[in-house]
Design a protein. Sequence first.
Length: 84
Amino acid sequence: MDQALQRSLLAAEAVIHRRGKETCLRGKLTNALLGLSASCEAAGQRGGLCALADQAVVQMGWSLAFMDSTARQVLELMPTAPER
């Protein structure tokens, strides 16, 4: 779970700070949230961040605006910054 949180945090920061091309950022955030969703499922967690991951991964056609909004929500819902 900690690794999934860390990957989600790093992907969200990459989106916010535009660290890469849009397609690359989309892939990073998608993969991170898929991993987080799977980790939440395995751990039996359903909190705000897990619910966000579950909702985001089923969304089709991620626009830059959607990625920005999702990344900001990830940062807001992150319980504590996992160790990097």
